[in-house]
Design a protein around this ligand. Structure first.
Ligand code: G3P
Ligand code: MG
Length: 231
């Protein structure tokens, strides 16, 4: 079962920050999930629409510039990173799962991906783009047919995994609480991988293994890897 660091190693470091991302690289995870949002002039790595919970600032991310937001402390004196900074830090050492949080213009995003591939900072195999906004994913897949798509869901859709197959997704990312044997069997027979979020406790890790899940998003990647190695 693959281990993805959720918002970096966010159980031990401030989420979506350089320390959380670098720790995840050092642990040698299978991938790092980060949340991508637009501010006025850049792509930033931050989960919430508002700055309040994860920084000492306040206001709405999409109403401020990168310079304004990077003045705030996102934990232990660190800044909210830009997407480009994260790509530079990881430098193609592991897969990056970009979770596109809210609808924004994807043209610049496509340029950024293609530019980093040309610069060897990313490779096609090391990119996985997910979102709860399946329209965005569909648009992206049309622009970049090679891109690996992760279809996010926090529910069991009426036609099970059919929605992800229609998107041309390679994986479904589903809330662990909605996983059952029928859903996993349906996804697998459609050729889709199933990744569950957010899985931190041993009993949940064991349950995901029992369901035949292909990977987990965890806030504690080091501990999760240790548990998996011990089973
Ligand atoms: O990408 C998996 C998971 O992160 C989706 O939910 O709210 O933690 O971004 P959230
Ligand atoms: Mg996320």
């Amino acid at each position: 079962m693959k281990v993805f660091a959720h918002r970096g190693a966010s159980g031990s470091y401030p989420e979506n920050t350089k320390s959380a991302i670098q720790a995840a690289v050092e642990i040698d995870v299978d991938g790092i999930e980060i949340d991508v949002q637009s501010c006025l002039d850049d792509y930033l790595i931050i989960h919430d629409t508002w700055l309040d919970r994860t920084t000492d600032g306040n206001g709405k991310v999409n109403k401020l510039t990168r310079e304004q937001i990077q003045k705030f402390d996102a934990g232990n004196g660190q800044q909210v990173p830009t997407l480009q900074q994260v790509i530079d830090w990881v430098n193609n050492k592991t897969l990056l799962n970009f979770e596109l949080k809210h609808t924004f213009s994807l043209d610049k995003f496509v340029d950024l991906i293609e530019g980093n591939i040309a610069a060897n900072k990313l490779s096609q195999d090391n990119i996985l783009v997910s979102s709860f906004d399946h329209h965005q994913l569909m648009w992206l897949k049309q622009k970049l047919p090679w891109i690996k798509i992760g279809a996010l869901t926090a529910s069991i859709p009426i036609n099970y995994a059919e929605f992800a197959q229609r998107l041309g997704a390679s994986s479904i990312h589903i809330d662990k609480n909605f996983i059952n044997h029928t859903f996993v069997a349906d996804a697998k027979q459609r050729g889709l991988l199933v990744y569950a979020y957010t899985v931190d406790k041993q009993e949940d890790i064991e349950l995901m293994l029992e369901y035949g899940v292909d990977g987990v998003f965890t806030n504690y990647p080091c501990n999760t890897k240790m548990i998996l190695n011990s089973l």
